[in-house]
Design a protein around this ligand. Structure first.
Ligand code: GDD
Ligand code: MG
Length: 364
């Protein structure tokens, strides 16, 4: 089977992290975001994966080529010279996606869930029409693509409205599709949007169905959602009894849902959790309190720091008695001084912060 992952876009909403790494390579649950998808595709029997890239392809190629052997798959990089949107990249990869009559999967690269690829393929085959999109329910549908069903049919889609300004429903496009190769005939090789152009055209012909997602889902393309998505992902691992989590029998683990890389060092009398990930080679000093936060690889949190609802970027240092909270995000190689308070601070890579930052989403 074949799949295409849309890995373009500049990931501006996940700055300052994406100033250092392309969004799909930022670690979510201690592994590059896109690896969760590649692994799930490979487990469902997909052998050919096209990565549709337009932004810093060389970084992506270097980071991902090595996984071909590990997962026994072919990864093809399809590089755009200008951003082709969310549909153009499918046309650009027509030779691979249309090489046989079998349907192919398409994925947005910034979504996280228990990927239901096998069930989705089965359902798609069952209705026999051109496309199926995975849908989930959310409370705030205006940031997403919303679908409305035909009144007389449980799965056939009647309307697809991208980022509606008025309420049309709360069942949204989860960013996972399975499409027949015939869809490629509907797309021109130019910057074009699958949500604005391709889906409405397929809907008009009554050829698009929905498939309900079970369990958690999140678009983790912005810091607030990245943190919420981390909580959902860790909770789902807890439910499954996953070995990826740090055992709750460790004296410093508080409330569960904690994932610590084996190479990380944890000091004495720390209280960590719930909902914390700690990356490779991180050093946590004595008496540190961490909750609902992500500490990326190579960072150092000094004694008695207190961190909540915060992403600490790679190789950063958080000072003694520092307090970070309220969706603060530190870029790569940031230094936060001793006793500094960061409230909703967004700090650019390589900066040193010596004064308190109290403000929503300040880019320092
Ligand atoms: N190759 C390529 N080229 N990829 C692109 C381009 C491009 O020009 N532009 C965007 N992408 C990729 C992004 O990297 C992401 O993986 C995906 O296309 C969707 O773009 P986002 O920028 O993340 O879109 P969104 O989150 O606002 O909305 C989309 O996702 C929602 C679910 O999270 C839409 O598909 C919505 O309908 C959907 O509900
Ligand atoms: Mg997105």
């Amino acid at each position: 089977m074949k799949a295409l992952i849309l890995v373009g876009g500049f990931g501006t909403r996940l700055r300052p992290l994406t100033l250092t790494l392309p969004k799909p390579l930022v670690e979510f649950g201690n592994r590059p975001m896109i690896l969760h998808q590649i692994e799930a595709l490979a487990a469902a029997g997909v052998t050919d994966i096209v990565l549709a890239v337009n932004y810093r392809p060389e970084v992506m190629t270097a980071a991902l080529k090595k996984f071909e052997k590990e997962y026994n798959i072919n990864i093809e990089f399809s590089v755009e010279t200008e951003p082709l949107g969310t549909a153009g990249p499918l046309k650009l990869a027509e030779k691979i996606l249309g090489k046989d009559d079998a349907p192919f999967f398409v994925l947005n690269s910034d979504i996280i869930c228990d990927f239901p690829f096998r069930e989705l393929a089965e359902f798609h085959k069952g209705h026999g029409n051109e496309g199926t999109i995975v849908v989930t329910k959310v409370e705030e549908p205006s940031k997403y693509g919303v679908i409305v069903h035909k009144p007389d049919h449980p799965t056939r889609i009647d309307r697809f409205v991208e980022k509606p300004v008025e309420f049309v429903g709360n069942r949204i496009n989860a960013g996972i599709y399975i499409l027949n190769p015939s869809v490629l005939k509907r797309i021109e090789l130019r910057p074009t949007s699958i949500e604005q152009e391709t889906f409405p055209a397929i809907v008009k012909d009554g050829q698009l169905h929905s498939f309900d997602l079970e369990g958690f889902w999140m678009d983790v393309g912005q810091p607030k959602d990245f943190l919420s998505g981390t909580c959902l992902y860790l909770s789902s691992l807890t439910k499954k009894g996953s070995k990826l989590l740090t055992p709750t029998s460790e004296p410093y683990v508080h409330g569960g849902n904690v994932m610590i890389d084996p190479s990380a060092k944890i000091g004495k009398n720390c209280k960590i959790g719930p909902n914390v990930t700690i990356g490779a080679n991180v050093v946590i000093g004595d008496g540190v309190r961490l909750q609902r936060c992500v500490i990326l690889a190579g960072s150092k949190v000094k004694e008695h720091a207190w961190i909540k609802s915060t992403i600490v970027g790679w190789n950063s240092t958080v000072g003694r008695w520092a307090r970070l909270e309220n969706v603060s995000v530190l870029g790569d190689d940031v230094t936060i001084g001793d006793e500094i308070y960061c409230n909703g601070a967004s700090v650019l890579p390589h900066k040193t912060i010596k004064q308190n930052v109290d403000g929503e989403y300040s880019m320092m």
